[in-house]
Design a protein around this ligand. Structure first.
Ligand code: FAD
Length: 411
């Protein structure tokens, strides 16, 4: 049995198709998004491209095969994300809502729930949205804390044959949907009488019951439609509870594993773009000296260190996504390393590449600081490294019988 890291002919095709779409559609979108000052207006610019991507079958590519989609393995997902995120990471994050919001549906949904909640995304037209409403304005890192005034504060109270949901949610892409009446499917992390639980609200339940309090103006990932919203008396059928009451903490943690692993790929995309810019600059610019600056050992040392780290994070992220999407036991630990190590390395590497270029980099029009602004988000989104992700690693390490070699397969 051999392990090969060479792309198959099919993966080469996927890379070419993804790169083609990214250059044709996402490059111009990213430029237009950067130029628009209003956060809501600029997020809405992506809708026609979103529709193109749905028509090209990319949305179905996010849905696993057993649930009617045609998602392939982790390495394929990594290739697609890297190619798109190289041009517009915000577009990928906006489109990937189903990856997180539907994960608990796949895990514990009844056949009827699977049919109802997944169906809106098995389409060839339109721009259907899913949001994982986990984060709250008063904090999310301690979402598993017990007690009424801690952790998740959004509540769902049974009333007849419905849950009545009240609370405030924040940050998740597309909480408000394209028009303010919510996404097609919103998976809400909330507190029910039986503990932290997940309840699905559909657009028909959200319309008129969701109020946008603020559109966040992000320094990077500018096309992401992130808001703070208030949910008031959102009534959903009791049958929209996913799994059992009290299962919400575990389901939420699991739902963020694939997206956590993918942060390593987003970081790779930012580093790869920044490296390309810095390498070209160093190879051509003399900055008043006798030779291109790549001839100086100090400059090429930074490039060498950066390139090694890019290759390392890419391989880690491929492996993590492969493990997590195939349900391998090493998935959780590898996903956490791809998230934490990948994101921290991404920030450090892009920052070093800015320093290679020098002051020229510090101009909005020069194409590198934008990648740093995107990369700065990766340690804090998908559960911050300090508040959430390293604590999850701590929990793994403290598990009785934890084997440090298991994640690598070398036990
Ligand atoms: C573009 C974008 C997309 C996003 N998409 C989603 C999404 O789809 N769904 C969603 O729900 N959210 C989303 N978020 C929010 C994101 O997942 C955050 O990571 C999440 O809200 C948790 O933030 P936090 O860890 O900083 O928590 P906070 O509770 O705000 O914690 C803040 C800080 O406090 C400290 N801290 C708090 N508690 C502890 C502790 N127990 N131990 C150690 N330190 C602690 C840490 O330093 C931590 O970083 C998105 C954000 C952005 C910008």
């Amino acid at each position: 049995m051999t392990v090969s890291f060479l792309l198959s002919p099919e993966q080469e095709q996927l890379k070419a198709a993804a790169r083609g779409f990214a250059r044709e559609r996402l490059r111009d979108l990213a430029a237009a998004t950067r130029a628009e000052r209003d956060p809501r207006t600029r997020a809405l610019l992506s809708r026609p491209v979103f529709e193109n991507a749905v028509a090209a079958g990319f949305l179905k590519g996010l849905i696993p095969v057993p649930f009617g989609g045609n998602a392939a393995g982790g390495v394929d997902a990594a290739i697609l994300i890297e190619e798109w995120a190289a041009e517009s990471p915000d577009f990928v994050i906006s489109m990937a809502g189903p990856l997180i919001a539907l994960a608990p549906v796949y895990q514990v949904g009844t056949p009827a729930q699977v049919k109802r909640f997944v169906r809106p995304f098995l389409v060839d037209s339109g721009a259907p949205l899913a949001a994982m409403a986990f984060s709250e304005p008063d904090g999310s890192a301690n979402f598993d804390a017990e007690g009424r005034c801690q952790g998740i504060r959004t509540t769902a109270v049974p009333d007849g044959d419905e849950w009545v949901v009240n609370g405030r949610k924040a940050w998740a892409s597309h909480l408000c949907g394209w028009d303010g009446d919510g996404p097609d499917v919103m998976t809400i992390v909330c507190r029910t009488p039986g503990g932290v639980s997940l309840v699905v609200a559909e657009r028909e339940h959200l319309a008129g019951r969701i109020e946008v309090e603020e559109y966040y103006d992000l320094p990077g990932l500018k096309g992401c439609l992130t808001t703070r919203v208030r949910l008031t008396d959102v009534r959903v059928p009791l049958g929209n509870l996913l799994g059992e009451e009290g299962q919400g903490v575990d389901l939420t943690r699991d739902a963020f594993l694939p997206s956590g692993a993918s942060i390593g790929v987003f970081a790779t995309a930012a580093m790869r773009q920044a490296f390309d810019v810095a390498h070209r600059f160093a190879s051509t610019e003399r900055r008043g000296g006798p030779v291109p600056i790549i001839e100086y050992q100090a400059v090429s040392d930074v490039l060498a260190d950066a390139k090694g780290k890019i290759e390392a994070v890419r391989l880690l992220a491929w492996r993590a996504l492969d493990a997590v999407l195939s349900g391998h036991p090493s998935g959780p630990e590898l996903a956490l390393h791809a998230k934490v190590f990948g994101s921290e390395t991404g920030v450090a590497v892009v920052n070093d590449l800015v320093k290679v270029i020098g002051v020229t980099a510090y101009d909005e029009g020069f194409p590198i600081v934008r990648h740093l602004m995107d990369a700065l988000s990766y340690p804090v989104i998908e559960g911050s490294n300090v508040g959430v992700r390293r604590r999850q690693l701590q929990t793994l390490f403290r598990t009785p019988g934890y084997d440090p070699l298991a994640a690598s397969g070398m036990a």
